[in-house]
Design a protein around this ligand. Structure first.
Ligand code: INI
Length: 156
């Protein structure tokens, strides 16, 4: 790779403004995702006053609220956080699919990157594993990916 021009993003949140958009549904899980995302951004140089937390009822509401925030301007990126758990709902597939598609659409329509921190799991145990235990913290992962993406976009 020595002779390639390589563009890659640094993991730095310094000087950036973020919105965390988090659902209240399954808040025992989502609160851990918020904590993970916040901790990741702060440890990478974000200022607490440059992070805004917005709460929405459920995962289904994440896209419309993220879209408004992205279109309004003033934020370098958004972390969307939620948990859709199969056991808890017969319409798991619809909510998970619409939230996922909707968030992708927000990124592409507005150009504002959204970190995807929406858990879609078969049961509560799997969600707990991804919210700060065995399988790490997907809120923190989404925040790190967002930072990296913002830094790549800045260079293009
Ligand atoms: N919302 C979630 O974020 N996770 C879920 O697991 C869930 N279940 O199980 O139904 C859920 N439902 C609420 C939905 O996202 C909307 O808030 C609601 O339908 C009102 O529009």
């Amino acid at each position: 790779m020595r002779h390639l021009t390589t563009i890659e993003g640094q993991l730095s949140a310094q000087g950036l403004k973020f919105a965390l958009v988090a659902s209240r549904f399954n808040d025992i899980i989502v609160d851990r995702l918020i904590g993970g995302a916040l901790d990741c951004l702060l440890r990478h140089g974000a200022a607490r006053e440059n992070i805004t937390l917005v709460r929405v009822p459920g995962a289904f509401e994440l896209p419309v609220v993220c879209r408004k925030i992205a279109a309004k301007g003033g934020y370098d990126g958004i972390v969307a956080l939620g948990a859709v758990i199969r056991g808890a709902t017969p319409h798991f597939e619809y909510i998970a699919a619409e939230a996922t598609k909707g968030l992708a659409q927000v990124c592409l329509e507005t150009g504002v990157p959204v970190g995807f921190g929406l858990l879609t799991t078969d049961n509560v145990e799997q969600a707990v594993e991804r919210a700060g235990s065995k399988a790490g913290n997907k809120g923190a992962d989404a925040a790190a990916s967002l930072m990296e993406t913002i830094r790549v976009l800045e260079q293009l």
